[in-house]
Design a protein around this ligand. Sequence first.
Ligand code: MN
Length: 268
Amino acid sequence: MRILVTNDDGIAARGLWALVRELRRIAEVVVVAPDRDQSGIGTAVTLHHPVRVSPVPAGITTVKSYSVEGTPADTVILALKTLLKDGVDMVFSGINEGSNLGNDVLISGTVSAALQGYFYGLPSVAISVAAIKRVRFDVAAKFGALIAQQVAASNMPQKFLLNINLPNLPLDKIAGIEITRLGERSYMDNIKAGHDGKRKYYWIVRGKPDWKEVEGTDISALGKKKISITPLHSDLSSDIHLESLGKAFSSLFQGLRTGSPRTHTKSK
Ligand code: MN
């Protein structure tokens, strides 16, 4: 078994190497990761400038590794299309410092790297630990290796995407595993303005997250000190609206052919 390991925290991140150490006990591991922190870059693919790749010298690590001047999605595309032409059996992304729960998955570089593996038809797994200070990777790394073994040994569907989040706790404090749906979590973004000497600038600062703790979701599982495993797919279509919009918008094409929208009149 050959496993591609990437992340969005960058090739120097502790979480990536903690995962590599466990995975290489059970498989051949190749690392292809961004050269710097790309957290929050989402699914971005670099299309407007060339992407450079530097092999990590053998003296630094015995694991075949490449540092990429690009996004997490770039690393997986390059790995699968050119660097690892002999093929890969699974893609792992992480271990991320900080949880990726609920709506986070839509901007998460960690999840987006795994998403690329999924697009290429491979079993793909994103792993995050819910802490940004004193993060412990031991349980998450071991859990990643167990998942890889389980996938290799069983008849699970080959193409899938798992988003795994662990509480930042030692094993004896973790309450179990829950298979979950995505919860709803958004951020109260704050804007900090400043002046760089020439122009005004703005920082978008992620404020306090706001969430609903709904039973069965990833957010709720973490709240209960459990490991959350959310199976994802890439169909974002809204089932609720498919039917209701079908009714509400049924006459729009007729309207398009027969008239123009009413002109907006300013109210006094
Ligand atoms: Mn990250």
